[in-house]
Structures are given as C-alpha cells and as structure tokens.
Ligand binder design. Sequence first.
Ligand code: UT7
Length: 335
Amino acid sequence: MTASTTPAGGWPVAIAGLGVRLPDRVVTNDDLAEVLDTSDEWIRTRTGIRQRHVAAPEEATSDLAAAAARDALADAGLEAAALAAVIVATTSPDHAVSATAPLVASALGVAVPAFDLNAACSGFVYALRVASGMVATGDGAVLVVGAETLTRVVDPEDRSVAVLFGDGAGAVVLVPDPDARLGPFVLGADGGGASMLWTASGGTRRPFDAEVLADRSHYLTMRGGDVYRNAVVRMTESAREVLELAELSVGDVDLLVGHQANVRILDAVAARLGLPAQLSQVSLDRHGNTSAASIPLALWDAREQGKLRDGDTVLLAAFGAGATWGACLLTWKER
Ligand code: UT7
C-alpha cells in the first residue's frame, strides 16, 4: 500500500545547496562492447544510456558521498559545523557493517547523528522525507546524500545488468524556509517483489561462502521486464497521488525529475501523467543508472542546463529494489 505521510502543503523546507561527485573515469557503450557481447546500438535503443562514470579502485561510496557533500555545503555557503545530521541513501555501502554516513560525517569533520537509509533507487526520495521532518521540527540543517558504487555489485560478465549501472553521488543541504515547500510525499514498498532485483546471496539469508563465489549469486540480478512494468505503474501512481494531495495538476509541474534507469520508463511515466517529454529531466544518457544518486545528479544536471528557476515546482518520482517507490514535490529556491 502507498501511504500519504506528510502535510498536504509539504514541509517549509528548502534545498540550500546541491553538490555532486562523478568519478573521473568514463566508460562508453563501445568500451563495454569490447569486453561483453553487447553493442552501443542495443544499449542506447533499449535504455537511452550512452556512457557511465566508474569509480577508481581506491574510491568507495563514502568517498563519492563526502565529495558531493563538500560541494553541496560550498554551494549552500555553509560550514559542515552547521549540520545537525547526515543521512546517506545507499544500497552499495562501503561495508555490510557498519554504516556509510558516519564515515561521511567524519570526513566532513563533524560528529553529528549519521545514518544510512536503504531504499535502493527510491532511497533519495525516502531520505528527503525523513530529513524534511527533522528540519521542519527544529533539528536544523540536514545533509542528504544519495551515493552508490553499483559497478562493484554487478557481475562484470553479465551483460543484462553490467551495461545499466554507473557510480556517483549527489547531495543536498536542507534548511528551514517558510517560503519553500518540500512535500507532500507518497512512499510505498512491497517486499513480495524483492526478488525482482536483488543480490540473492552475501547477506544473512545466504552468507557468502565458496559456493556463492562459484555460482556468482552475490552479484545483482534483475528480472528487467517485471521491474520495468512496475516502475512505470508505481512512479506514475505515486506522482499522481502527490499532485492530488497538494491539490495541484500536472500543468503546475515545471520539471519532473524521475529516477534515471531507462529513458523509456521516463517517457512512459511522462506520457501517462500527460506531461510534455521535454519537462522530464534525462541525465541517464551520461550517468547510467546510479540508483539512490540518480535523482540528485539529475537535479544538478537540470540546474546546470538552466532548467530550474526560482519558485519552480519540481516533481520527483522513483522506483527501485525492495520493491520501493515514492514521489514528492519541492519548490526550487534560487540562492
Ligand atoms: O533502478 C531500478 C530500476 N531498474 C529499472 O527500472 C530497469 C528496468 N528494466 C529495463 O530497463 C529493461 O527491462 C532492460 C533495459 C533491463 C532490458 O530491456 P528489455 O527490452 O526488457 O530487454 P530484454 O531483457 O527483454 O532482453 C531482450 C534481448 C534478450 O535476447 P533474446 O532473448 O530476445 O534473444 C537479451 O538476452 O536482449 C538481450 N540482451 C542484450 N543484448 C545485448 C540483454 N542484455 C543485453 C545487452 N546487450 N546488454
């Protein structure tokens, strides 16, 4: 079931700063076609992806997250000392135990509450929901980072997933702002759909051992068609519910920033909502699917392209492993 979880008007919270980190190494479709039985043509026409960034061997999720966080703090004109909490949305943490967020807070030089949130590709929307409540109820500025190194979790020999994912991080600093809105939010989850997209082994259900290593079941597997269909339905439904809650129509939306998995999913969601395709941000052509990082990376990309103006109503929508999904509205504030 999808649940409404915030005031219809959203929380009086704004994005004060936005920052990103994309690893230096770019891997094109042609590069992948040299090592896998695939082609630029297949990847482009099925997904819209042209290239993705891949972390260097010494880079892990917390390194990308900390770099994006520093960028976001500089953008906000704030010192890390101003932060009340750090939330990292990730499904590819540095370690199974412990969390990535404390490493990020430590890299920033602060000892504030810091925790991870794993809702896979919906993680950034989920984390915004948690953080907005904290900011609105008096905690102060909260850093939300979506960060992933999913290229470490996919089987490099499995063309059905290896071509889809990329690494990166995007961060926002949320602050109280009576003139802004963050929300309402609609979030949902259905664990019955977990096996559509998961790593079957390597967790507590089936711990990593020699057998797992041999059958490669610690790598990510996906029933692509099922995920595709569910993503279109859930992203569209939750976006519609959010607009209804806010008593807005699709004509009030200045930009849709959907989870960047497949341009065909984004086009189908926009078409079902009745939103012109040019009002849907597409960044996956250059980033691939970066899971929890994809929405903040796409927001940043939209700002770089001059597509965000002060007061704009931005609609976010995501679907991911879990299965999880969610949507929310935000007011873009130029600073
Ligand atoms: O981030 C979380 C959410 N994730 C998503 O939203 C992903 C959702 N799913 C998708 O985007 C699409 O389902 C995919 C892009 C993953 C796959 O596209 P598709 O149109 O559903 O292709 P398919 O899986 O039905 O495969 C079609 C064919 C198959 O060959 P046969 O059986 O028709 O002979 C595959 O073996 O394409 C083949 N194929 C490939 N060919 C070249 C699969 N991967 C590749 C590849 N290169 N990389």
